[in-house]
Write a protein that binds this ligand. Structure first.
Ligand code: HEC
Length: 170
């Protein structure tokens, strides 16, 4: 009887460990060098502060400033980074990024020609759905290896580690 209880207790512990493991970050891992990671995150912070500047300009209906702040977030921004990142980032990631930059091109152009703040707000809201979609799908990790390790391999390794940890608790 006591033995059965012990077994049940062990089972519960291993089930809860497995649940904790499943709660870990399941987003696809992008394995980048330190410099590449810095470059991507720097671009991200520029996207965040640029978006904030656009909102501040919209609040005062200053459509010229909206256009001025949106333009640097457009395709020009992507070309700077593209060459050395294209080979290490997945195609879907690059495409989502490009499509976001094109949204900012459009926002800049329409703010200049149409001067319609409601339209800009709608466009900005649609564009920001892409920030969310990408953040839901990917995370960055750095490696000291010169070339990126396949995300799949990293995932298998960490799954194995978790298995060992789970066994250790029994
Ligand atoms: C194509 C993919 C993609 C798009 C689109 C994207 N991001 Fe990111 N962003 C990332 C990834 C990947 C990270 C790193 C996440 C991690 O490792 O947890 C990140 C991180 C960030 C960070 C943290 C920066 C830091 O210094 O740690 C900010 C802020 C950010 N993004 C803002 C934005 C904003 C604002 C937008 C939209 C206007 C946006 N991002 C669109 C992929 C993207």
């Amino acid at each position: 009887m006591r033995k059965t209880r012990m077994i049940i207790a062990c089972l519960l512990v291993s089930i809860s460990t497995a649940t904790l493991a499943a709660d870990n970050d399941n987003r696809q891992i992008l394995t980048l060098s330190g410099a590449q990671r810095s470059h991507v995150l720097e671009e991200m912070r520029a996207l965040l502060s640029g978006t904030r500047d656009i909102l501040a300009a919209l609040a005062t209906d200053d459509m010229a400033s909206v256009s001025r702040y949106a333009r640097p977030l457009g395709s020009g921004m992507a070309h700077k980074a593209e060459d050395h990142l294209k080979s290490v980032l997945p195609r879907e990631f690059m495409q989502l990024g490009m499509s976001l930059h094109q949204d900012f091109d459009q926002i800049a152009a329409d703010a200049e020609s149409k001067k319609d703040s409601k339209l800009t707000l709608r466009q900005l809201s649609d564009a920001m759905a892409k920030c969310i979609a990408c953040h839901d799908a990917y995370q960055i990790q750095t490696t000291s290896l010169p070339s990126p390790v396949q995300a799949k391999e990293t995932l298998i390794n960490s799954a194995n580690e978790m298995k060992h940890e789970a066994h250790g608790t029994q």
